[in-house]
Ligand binder design. Structure first.
Ligand code: PGA
Ligand code: MG
Length: 228
């Protein structure tokens, strides 16, 4: 269904999640996690596991990988010294690979271009750290579409907290009813609902192995080209 029919009008601002929404970034992330693990003498994890672990920011993903477990970020699960070592190795590997093996999803450039042409403000609200987000967007030629990029470490809170979304809305000086969030995971849906912002869920990304419908977004569309 087209955006106008769905939302009732054009939103003043659209916020997008990054990993699993705009870019299929797991190939780079998994490559970097496996570099880290093998340099630590641990077995590689592979893309299927990393796809489940992504979504709550890099430090959490690194802890899950070091524990080889989704609950690896819980207190006491991963030794602090091991984490510091792993985190540095991951950042080194990801700085070199960020964007190299990852693709922009179908429909993304077309939709961003169409919204830009209509004067809709666009921002990225991701849990990925700000520097890697900027690097990935630049590598994929997407930087020009966004007036703001909020990373997981930009503000005191990250998704599923509503703060980063409310921050963008405030910057645009619009009301939450005129804003729209687009994401692939429950973190995006929970954050949007807590902010009073309507949210579109995309089924092709990473929602910790669960269908996006289980997070109950306002709408699910197969990909962004459906909305043009
Ligand atoms: O780095 C992550 O955990 C993923 O971030 P995103 O899905 O919020 O873009
Ligand atoms: Mg995501």
């Amino acid at each position: 269904m087209k955006l106008l029919e769905l939302f009732g009008r054009l939103p003043a601002v659209i916020m997008y999640d990054l990993d699993g929404t705009l870019v299929d970034s797991v190939p780079d992330l998994a490559w970097s996690i496996d570099q880290m693990l093998t340099q630590l003498g641990m077995p590689a994890a592979g893309e299927d596991k990393v796809r489940l672990w992504v979504g709550n920011g890099v430090p959490v993903m690194v802890k899950r990988a070091l524990a080889d477990d989704m609950d690896g970020d819980q207190p006491g699960r991963v030794d602090e010294a091991l984490f510091e070592k792993g985190y540095a190795l991951f950042r080194e590997a990801y700085s070199a690979s960020c964007g190299k093996f990852s693709d922009v999803y179908p429909g993304v450039v077309e939709f961003l271009t169409a919204m830009q042409a209509q004067g809709v403000k666009q921002a990225v609200v991701t849990n990925k750290s700000g520097n890697f987000s900027a690097q990935l967007l630049e590598e994929k030629g997407l930087t020009q579409f966004f007036f703001q990029v909020i990373g997981g470490d930009t503000l005191p809170e990250k998704k599923p907290h509503p703060l980063p979304l409310l921050h963008v809305v405030e910057q645009c000086n619009v009301s939450v009813e005129d804003a729209l969030m687009v994401g692939d995971s429950k973190n995006d849906v929970i954050a949007a609902k807590a902010a009073g912002i309507r949210v579109i869920g995309l089924p092709y990304g990473y929602n910790h192995g669960q269908p996006i419908e289980t997070a109950e977004p306002d709408w699910v569309v197969s990909d962004l080209s459906e909305l043009i």
